[in-house]
Design a binder for this molecule. Structure first.
Ligand code: AMP
Ligand code: ZN
Length: 115
């Protein structure tokens, strides 16, 4: 996708702070971190969201990367939250599938009535 910011980060056309990469996935720091640790895991190939007919093997690989990132970022012992915002109601703003890994502090509880 030529206009996708995460495709550009994956292709090194836009700078990103890469935490981990392999043939299928790339993890980089969120530009606007919500907690001390806020890393995004994306597939190299563009998929809009988690419902975008992603091969099961790739889904497995993406989620298998979560504990790897947690270890690299030093939150594997303290815990973290994994978030996949999806679509409008899910407040997804970048339409290239990504997994948020958030930690490094106690998660603020923000669930509640919709605003
Ligand atoms: P979401 O709301 O789940 O779509 O999350 C998109 C995330 O991407 C947000 O947390 C943004 O801070 C982050 N983001 C947007 N642009 C960039 C960028 N160029 N580099 C790193 N993170 C970004
Ligand atoms: Zn993309």
């Amino acid at each position: 996708m030529s206009d996708c910011i995460f495709c550009k980060i994956v292709a090194n056309e836009v700078p990103g702070t890469i935490v981990y990469q392999d043939d299928d996935v790339v993890a980089f720091e969120d530009a606007n971190p919500q907690l001390p640790v806020h890393t995004l895991i994306v597939p190299r190939k563009h998929y809009d969201h988690i419902g975008d007919n992603i091969p099961t093997e790739l889904l497995g690989k993406l989620f298998a990367t979560v504990p790897r990132i947690a270890k690299i970022k030093g939150v594997d012992e303290t815990g973290y939250r994994v978030v996949v915002n999806t679509g409008e109601d899910g407040r997804q703003t970048v339409h290239h599938l990504h997994i948020h890994v958030l930690g490094g502090a106690l998660m603020p509880i923000r669930m509640g009535p919709a605003d």
